[in-house]
Ligand binder design. Structure first.
Ligand SMILES: *Cc1c(COP(=O)(O)O)cnc(C)c1O
Length: 353
């Protein structure tokens, strides 16, 4: 590549973020995108209207502090508003956490495979990346994670349910791990898919004992607002105020703030729909296992099929022929829960291979 501008050399080593592919059209087949863990259900009543109303004066900036949304989240979770940090998706919350902790000479510890943003954010900060392989069943290796921490470690990222493999972290695992981490090291529990989980560690309770624990949550998945970009962190006030220092003002639009508030006011309906998706997921995972495939415990709105590289390419290719986009990653294929028709096609592909 030509070097016309004074860019950082490190950019050449950034792992790429590969977004989920759109489905390829196939004659006579409705295309389905099962590659980005999007919520396939239609928006809840009132959501689209709330966005429209809040966006009626697009010439005005939104409330920079998102005060009304912060108050709603705080009362919903029984935390202080000062502990709530809204952002343009949990992605921005994670970015803020890496921005306030990482720089050259520091390290970040995280499970792998996990959310693809983790190594990208670490690279962006010039920090040393310490991915720790998951156990064979797709769960976090807490002994390995603890062993990877040293004096240079400023941040640990945990993901429950883990994207892409599916299992959650238990209360005992989280508590045991936090007891081993120095209290000055920030531990992030990424709970992007928490609402779909049948059983998962109670991060809110653990925070009371461990102020270094930060929760990252989003309206993108269970609330189905991925396109609007809104999420939040729950953090000790000292961490929270540092995060606000690095998040661009006005990053959560007025429409996103309004939709998130409307969705929170219907959180019972959100929970019911998340349970419906979870029930479909459980049946789908069961059917895949019946076919002899290796599917770890699935607790998000997706299922992980462990495959060797050749089989994964074939699986993705056959799904594409059926106009279904799935996500091939290191070690297998991730299939987001979508409409029955889409999942039936994936099951047919699985049966044929
Ligand atoms: C989707 C996802 C997020 C955040 O997504 P946003 O749309 O930025 O809120 C965070 N963590 C994991 C593991 C995810 O899969």
């Amino acid at each position: 590549m030509s070097k016309r501008f004074l860019l950082r050399d490190a950019l050449a080593e950034f792992p790429p973020y590969v977004p989920g592919k759109p489905p390829v059209a196939s004659p006579g087949l409705t295309p389905f995108k099962l590659s980005s863990n999007e919520n396939h259900l239609p928006p809840l009543p009132g959501i689209v209207e709330s966005v429209a109303t809040a966006s009626a004066t697009p010439g005005n900036y939104p409330d920079p502090t998102a005060a009304a949304l912060v108050a709603d989240i705080a009362s919903h979770l029984d935390v202080e508003p000062a502990e709530v940090v809204p952002g343009a998706g949990a992605s921005e919350v994670l970015t803020a956490l890496t921005n306030i902790t990482l720089e050259a000479g520091t390290s970040v510890v995280y499970p792998w495979p996990s959310f693809e943003m983790y190594p990208i954010l670490a690279s962006a900060r010039g920090a040393q990346k310490r991915p720790v392989d998951l156990l064979a069943d797709g769960r976090h290796d807490f002994a390995g994670l603890a062993a990877a921490i040293d004096d240079t470690t400023r941040l640990v990222l945990l993901c429950s349910p883990n994207n892409p493999t599916g299992p959650t972290i238990t209360d005992a695992e989280l508590e045991g791990f936090l007891a081993e981490v120095p209290e000055s090291v920030i531990v992030v529990l990424d709970e992007a898919y928490l609402e779909f989980a049948t059983e998962a560690a109670d991060g809110l309770a653990a925070r009371k004992r461990h102020p270094n624990l930060v929760l990252a949550r989003t309206f993108s998945k269970a609330h189905g607002l991925a396109g609007l970009r809104v999420g939040y962190g729950i953090a000790d006030v000292e961490i929270a105020s540092a995060m606000r220092q690095v998040i661009a003002p006005f990053s959560v639009t007025a429409g996103a703030q309004a939709a998130a508030r409307e969705s929170l006011s219907r959180v019972d309906e959100v929970a019911v729909r998340a349970k419906e998706i979870a029930a479909v997921r459980d049946r789908f995972a069961h059917d895949l296992r019946e076919l002899g495939l290796s599917v770890p415990d699935a607790q998000g709105n997706y299922v992980w099929i462990a495959l060797d590289p050749e089989a994964a390419v074939a699986f993705e290719g056959e799904c594409a022929k059926q106009a279904v986009a799935v996500r091939r990653l290191q070690g297998g294929v991730r299939v987001s829960i979508g409409p029955d028709e889409a999942l039936e096609r994936v099951l047919k592909v699985a049966a044929s291979l």
